[in-house]
Design a binder for this molecule. Structure first.
Ligand code: PAF
Length: 282
């Protein structure tokens, strides 16, 4: 597996692959890789001639400096896991290499209403930062397909909007959430949980799963409330938001009959660690 640090080397690598008529699968990550990321890489390896993985903790998508400072970084382990999974190359640039003109940008991406709700409301500027780095990665890596985990359900919708408004020709491939045996969605942030918090964190998925049955004979509002009450009753846990939304627009629904595609999206603080998850109702 080739390790690429500079934009010039990346450009040469991508140019060679395209000249040979190869398809490129891109897996954008912020490192601290786990089995969820590896499932994206394995899918990309199956579907493309070349699999390129980016490992870059993007400062412009963090609205909380402590969150950026404590974000786990494990480059050596990441590279070993990527080589084992069959990645062709990893692009792991410095902040200066990625943003030679600085991280500030006047460009406002058109991300639609999907970027204004939930994460967009609680993390101002987050999706502009995601769009900034992902659009730059797309322009540099020129992928045929790009792979994103469905744990970040809203991120996928926002990236689809960015691709449309920036006229970027790439297929966005969503990959199902990977869970630990006890149901906790795999996330780099799980490494920050204390043993006590890790023990209770699976309650997020348990509450969501239970709510799918509950929803069969209860209203959207009652289903929402049962999830929030159950999770808030667990020590260390506090729901930041739980929204039951149309899976395409990400706008809240009030009745189950409103849409054929309904998803519940949740963010929970487990101690100081912010965990997200989602579940499909329809
Ligand atoms: O989902 C992530 O890990 C990040 O938001 C991404 C897509 C790699 C952009 O930094």
């Amino acid at each position: 597996m080739q390790i690429i640090r500079s934009v010039a080397d990346l450009d040469a690598f991508v140019g060679r692959a395209l000249q040979q008529g190869k398809t490129i699968g891109l897996v954008p990550t912020m490192g601290a890789l786990h089995a969820g990321h590896i499932s994206l890489v394995e899918r990309a390896v199956k579907e493309n001639d070349v699999t390129l993985v980016s490992v870059f903790v993007n400062p412009t998508q963090f609205n909380n400096p402590d969150d950026l400072a404590t974000y786990p970084r494990k480059e050596e382990d990441d590279f070993r896991m990527l080589a084992e999974a069959g990645a062709t190359a990893v692009f792991a640039p410095s902040v200066e290499e990625m943003y030679p003109e600085g991280t500030q940008s006047d460009h406002q991406f058109e991300l639609g209403t999907a970027a204004e709700v939930m994460e967009g409301k609680f993390r101002p500027g987050h999706f502009q930062g995601v769009a900034q780095v992902v659009s730059r990665l797309f322009r540099l890596c020129r992928p045929t397909r790009a792979y994103f985990g469905e744990k970040d359900f809203q991120q996928i919708a926002v990236i689809r909007n960015m691709v449309a408004s920036e006229h970027i020709d790439v297929e966005i491939v969503p990959v199902p959430i990977k869970r630990a045996d006890d149901g906790l969605a795999l996330s780099s942030r799980n490494a920050l949980l204390t043993p006590e918090q890790r023990k209770v964190a699976p309650e997020i998925h348990a509450a969501l799963k239970y709510s799918v049955e509950y929803a069969k004979d209860h209203s959207v509002r009652a289903t929402h409330d049962t999830v929030v009450e159950r999770i808030n009753a667990v020590p260390h846990m506090e729901v930041e938001y739980y929204e039951i939304v149309d899976g395409r627009t990400l706008l809240p629904v009030e009745e189950w009959s409103e849409s054929p595609d309904i998803v519940g999206c949740i963010t929970v603080y487990c101690g100081k660690v912010r965990l997200i998850d989602n579940i499909r109702y329809k």
